[in-house]
Design a binder for this molecule. Structure first.
Ligand SMILES: Cc1ncc(COP(=O)(O)O)c(C=O)c1O
Length: 429
């Protein structure tokens, strides 16, 4: 409430200390499991920039000396800029994922040439090898992405990302093994369901660790397994994740499979995106109107749009933690929350547990505010930031919240609410 009273609504905010505390949490849990299982490989926390590319996010992430994962050519321009400003150094890991275009391959090779010694180009398909090899002069590190099998209820059987087990071995034997410039250092996979305590996840993990062992048997320089992102975050107050158990099981599985195969356990890399930034973000709205379309369906209208500010709620039915900010002493009623655009799908009316949304019943004229929490990942990458959006609903003001050395909260307005002039300029007026 203090934030809305001071900065107005709608308001996006990012609470920066949460980013660092998530990184510390994951590192501590991996460290504890490594000690417990006498795991000899190292653990590296890599942040995948695609979940939020903002400078303030990367600044916070890099305070913790983490490595970075990229998805496309422009990501590398971000890393160049971070290196120039002294926040990233040339010996840190850069895991280059994603489909390799000519521009992406060229930029990776130029960075290797310029001394980014731990840039690993992760081949998504065999053709990328030739593309990259065209530009590389001198030693360079490679990874290969293994395609995962999708969950049985998914629309395709095998992920389009990465290559099948058979092709991984062929590619290594035919092109990499005897090449003077390349070393295959890493295998990578990303299980699309995310990290989950399900039979599907554990059996897919076991299969992929066995692929690592198969390749390691013929490729001695291979020493790293990148298990991707997908660590879940809290999108509801009614669910508890046992992070310690999940991480412990991952370390245990990798260790025991490698041991049974007589292969040294690999260094582990994770690329947690949502886990790093998701819980640092929130959006606050006020209710600016009410509608009642029939006896059952009551609507509260928010002062912005779900489609534009929280596109995942609209695109994939993503749920977030939702709370009223005031009027908690009132009776609560079932409500549909409507956005300002004319799109029939611009609404939110179901949370993870109850499949319903409840909000305080207010009398006419009483102010009501509400917040969506843990919205810090992907929403700007999907919805755009400050561009042209549905029905010209403006991008909200964005506030950065931090703590100073004395632990006091500090506030910085990163972006004001979008103005009509900015939009008209983009539109050519
Ligand atoms: C290759 C790769 N790594 C990491 C991530 C991050 O996933 P998450 O945000 O679920 O941690 C993604 C997400 O799409 C990805 O494609």
């Amino acid at each position: 409430m203090e934030l809305v009273e001071r900065f107005g609504s709608p308001l996006k905010f990012t609470y920066l200390p949460k980013i660092s505390s998530q990184i510390v949490k994951a590192r501590e849990l991996f460290e504890a499991s490594r000690l417990k299982h006498q795991y000899r490989g190292s653990y590296n926390y890599c942040y995948c920039t695609k979940s939020s590319h903002f400078r303030f996010v990367l600044d916070e992430v890099l305070k913790n000396k983490v490595d970075l994962e990229t998805s496309s050519a422009f990501d590398l321009d971000i890393i160049r800029s971070l290196e120039k400003s002294g926040k990233f150094n040339k010996s840190q890991f850069i895991v280059c994922n994603g489909y390799k275009t000519e521009a992406y391959a060229q930029k990776m090779a130029a960075m290797v040439q310029d001394g980014f010694e731990n840039l690993v180009c992760v081949l998504d398909n065999p053709d990328e090898f030739d593309l990259y090899a065209n530009y590389i002069k001198g030693p360079a590190k490679l990874g290969i992405r293994i395609a995962t099998e999708e969950e049985p209820n998914f629309l395709v059987y095998t992920s389009r990302l990465g290559m099948s087990y058979k092709r991984v071995l062929e590619l290594y034997q035919e092109k990499i093994k005897n090449h003077p410039d390349f070393q295959l250092k890493m295998l990578h996979f990303f299980v699309n369901s995310g990290i989950k305590d399900t039979t599907y996840y554990w059996s897919e993990l076991a299969r992929l660790v066995n692929v690592y062992c198969d390749v390691k048997e013929v490729c001695p320089e291979l020493d790293t397994l990148d298990i991707g992102g997908g660590m879940p975050i809290y999108t509801s107050l009614g669910v508890e994740y046992d992070y310690a158990y999940m991480i412990d099981q991952i370390v245990y599985y990798i260790k025991s499979i490698c041991e049974s195969r007589g292969v040294p356990e690999p260094n582990i890399i994770t690329e947690f995106g949502s886990f790093t930034v998701g819980e640092s973000g929130g959006v606050l709205y006020s209710i600016i109107g009410k509608k009642e379309q029939n006896d059952k369906e009551k609507w509260y209208m928010i002062d912005s749009s779900f489609i534009t500010t929280l596109p995942d709620t609209w695109g994939i039915g993503q749920k977030f933690i939702l709370l009223a900010l005031n009027q908690w002493d009132k009776e609560f009623q079932r409500i549909n929350l409507g956005g300002l655009t004319c799109d029939g799908q611009d609404f939110y009316n179901s949370d993870t547990n109850t499949n319903q949304v409840f909000m305080p019943k207010t009398a006419d004229g009483e102010k009501l505010f509400m917040g969506f929490f843990h919205t810090g990942a992907y929403q700007e990458s999907l919805g755009g930031y400050g561009g042209i959006q549905h029905c010209l609903i403006p991008a909200p003001k964005h506030l950065l919240i931090d703590r100073d050395l004395n632990g006091e909260l500090t506030f910085e307005v990163f972006a004001q609410e979008q103005s009509p002039e900015e939009m008209l300029k983009i539109l050519g007026y």
